[in-house]
Design a protein around this ligand. Structure first.
Ligand code: B12
Ligand code: SF4
Ligand code: SF4
Length: 381
């Protein structure tokens, strides 16, 4: 690039940065597209099977390794961050909401951020006719943290999340890929140093080494991404998390005073906050659609959330959950019946045992029958 081009690249980047802030993002950075410096880490991650059942991550690996191949002429990215930490200090009340990841309590960030990125893209194309743009929020074959790190939005932490020295890690990422030449921002220096608090705080060993997350052990993976029954040995490890997990962020010193979101749509809506574990376990399709309209929790689907509620109740081990779990032994969904049986055995007591015995007598599904047998063995080993 000649001197004049460099000035243009810097001026254009500055305009786009301002427009991204005007579109409603908290922070913005610019990266020049090119091969991912630690691309080998992605290949190793996939080879080891650390992506668990998320087979979509195996596709378009060449774009993940070099986002220039996203489209013909792709050159730069405007990376954006939006905070989601709730304004209110402390966990929300109830037995359900403190165990729903903070990012997921309000409106779906994909919708909020994609809308804003599209608005930004229109503005860019109007100002630079012929320019090509592509917005992504989780939706594309892009290593978003790597790209955002290159754009100076933070440093990758040992928990694999992007950390910002002042804003912590409770923020979401998106990017607008463009064919424009933009002057890049400088990266942020490492923030972890000798700290390893997140590795110690992860209750399931899903962070077996710095910068490596094993999805096969991650609560976030099982509660959000996994469909169908949860393998029995994993159930006890999920604790009472119903959707996602924030433990490796809660442990992180950069989150000691995290920047709160100005985005009111990320707050837990009052009507949804009335739901508790028992109500979620029994929620009917119509009520589910009403309660979770526009929520990212829909990713788990109704059956996934109900399954997770049963596991959480079992792991909380409180007698008050015996009645709702006993009722779930008659549910139409065999996965719910199986997980309710497991949870009742975990809580124990005469009532739980009676409910399991009754259910075993009338159970027609062999897989659920086996779960009921196993559950009863916990009482009569
Ligand atoms: C698949 C996925 C998951 C999976 C796997 C997570 C993972 N760590 O990869 C599961 C379901 C477990 C998950 C969980 C969560 N996720 Co998620 N997830 C994704 C997704 C779609 C792809 C990630 C991916 O490609 N992973 C592949 C691996 C190989 O990438 P990587 O771990 O980043 O590896 C790179 C670096 O670690 C680095 N590296 C390797 N070695 C070394 C060494 C050093 C020294 C350094 C500096 C770097 C380094 O190089 C690698 C290659 O670039 C992204 C969106 C996207 N398209 O990027 C969101 C994304 C990463 N998730 C996000 C969030 C919010 C979460 C949760 C917090 C949600 C929750 N509360 O439950 C948890 C956090 C768990 C965690 N500790 O990461 C945000 C993160 C925002 C941020 N501040 O970092 C993203 C970016 C979504 C978004 N658009 O905002 N997620
Ligand atoms: S999200 Fe939870 S389970 Fe997953 S790595 Fe972090 S602390 Fe471990
Ligand atoms: S807890 Fe410590 S090691 Fe882990 S990401 Fe935060 S600063 Fe890094």
């Amino acid at each position: 690039m000649g001197g004049e081009d460099l000035v243009n690249a810097a001026e254009t980047a500055e305009r786009l940065r301002n427009w991204a802030l005007e579109a409603g993002f908290d922070r913005v950075g610019v990266a020049r597209l090119g091969p991912v410096p630690r691309g080998g880490a992605l290949l190793k991650w996939l080879e080891r099977g650390d992506h668990a059942g998320m087979s979509y991550l195996e596709s378009r690996v060449e774009v993940r390794l070099d986002p220039r191949s996203a489209f013909e002429g792709a050159r730069s990215a405007v990376c954006v961050a939006l905070q989601y930490h709730p304004v209110a200090k402390g966990a929300p009340a109830g037995d359900l909401w403190p165990r729903v990841a903070r990012y997921a309590r309000g409106r779906d960030y994909h919708n909020v951020m994609t809308k804003r990125l599209r608005r930004l893209a229109r503005r860019v194309r109007e100002a630079f006719p012929g320019c090509r743009t592509k917005p992504y929020v989780d939706t594309g074959p892009v290593l978003e943290r790597d790209l955002a790190a290159r754009a100076g939005l933070g440093a990758v932490g040992k928990n694999t999340l992007l950390l910002h020295p002042e804003a912590g890690s409770y923020f979401l990422l998106g990017e607008l890929l463009t064919s424009l030449d933009l002057a890049p921002d400088a990266p942020v220096a490492d923030l972890c140093g000798s700290c390893s608090r997140c590795l110690e705080a992860c209750p399931t060993g899903a962070l077996p080494a710095p910068y490596r997350l094993d999805s096969r052990r991650c609560i976030s993976y099982w509660t959000i991404e996994h469909r169908g029954p949860i393998p029995r040995p994993m159930r006890a490890e999920l604790g009472d998390w119903v959707f996602g997990c924030d433990l490796c962020q809660e442990a992180c010193p950069v989150n000691e005073a995290p920047a709160a979101t100005a985005e009111t749509s990320f707050e837990l809506p009052a009507e949804r906050s009335r739901l508790d574990l028992a109500a979620l376990l029994a929620i009917a399709e119509e009520d589910y659609q009403e309660a979770f309209r526009g929520s990212p929790m829909k990713r788990s689907r109704r059956d996934g959330l109900r399954r997770n509620a049963a596991v959480a109740m079992g792991n909380r081990g409180e007698d008050r959950y015996v009645a709702p779990l006993a009722a779930a032994l008659a549910d139409g969904d065999p996965v719910i019946r199986s997980h309710a049986a497991w949870a009742l055995a975990r809580i124990g007591g005469a009532e739980a045992r009676r409910a399991l015995r009754e259910a075993r007598a009338g159970e027609g599904d062999p897989a659920v029958g086996e779960e009921l047998e196993r559950a009863l063995e916990a009482f009569d080993p």
